[in-house]
Design a protein. Structure first.
Length: 241
């Protein structure tokens, strides 16, 4: 997570003046971790350069570990010997933070949003970016809440971790969402940071919770928040023309 200058409160230009703000919503079909992480970097550049409007992206990876750009003891790490024995691919994202386990029971979500004012503090950025996810989960009957600095918790258990990247013009907040992930493998591989609660899958609060129902709920929340939502196929430079 790249640091930003602090501003008072958690409200910002990210959440205000949403009228007439176009938002592209895309569910990526590839499960290739390298391709998905490359797409994150590509979309950030396109939104930051004004080629694309704001983007909400949903994507799923095959089994892998994804680490932040730099290792820090406050973010946790992974058991390298276990990863090697299991032959789990290790990839690096463009945001900071620790190491997360991805599999097909985990939904990744990303918001590429315009920032026309001062930088948010990291915690305020995570709060702003995650509230659409939290509201969608509440609609699914899950008592989700943002937990500073960068988690979504349900009943004291972690269901999502986040990371962020931002420039003067653009902020990316992305995170995991444990729906029906292999928690035994996750716990074998990942070393959580101090103070992090145990993880749980959202299906523990209802077998009705699925990737498609969550995405549909998030889209409805985005519409009600004032975004002009446009659902698209593969996002490329052509979509911004």
């Amino acid at each position: 997570m790249l640091p930003g200058r602090r501003i008072s409160g958690s409200q910002s230009c990210l959440l205000s003046n949403l009228v007439d703000r176009e938002l592209l919503v895309h569910f990526d079909r590839t499960r290739d971790p390298a391709a998905n992480l490359a797409r994150e970097a590509e979309l950030f550049a396109l939104v930051d350069g004004g080629v694309l409007p704001e983007v909400a992206r949903f994507w799923i990876n095959s089994e892998c570990l994804v680490r932040g750009e730099a290792r820090s003891p406050k973010y946790g790490w992974y058991r390298e010997d276990v990863a090697a024995r299991m032959k789990i691919p290790i990839l690096t994202r463009t945001t900071g933070g620790g190491v997360v386990f991805h599999d097909q029971g985990n939904l990744n979500w990303s918001f590429f949003l315009r920032n026309s004012g001062p930088f948010l503090s990291p915690t305020a950025a995570f709060d702003a970016g995650s509230r659409y996810i939290v509201k969608a989960l509440v609609r699914q009957g899950v008592r989700a809440e943002f937990s500073p600095p960068n988690r979504i918790d349900v009943s004291g258990r972690k269901v999502s971790g986040m990371a962020a990247r931002f420039t003067v013009r653009t902020i990316l907040v992305h995170g995991t969402l444990l729906i029906d992930s292999n928690l035994e493998k996750l716990n074998s591989l990942c070393i959580p940071p101090d103070g992090s609660p145990p993880v749980s899958n959202l299906t523990e609060w209802g077998r009705h919770i699925r990737t498609d129902t969550i995405v549909e709920s998030v889209v409805e929340v985005l519409k009600e928040s004032g975004f002009l939502v446009k659902t698209v196929g593969a996002i490329s430079r052509h979509n911004g023309e």
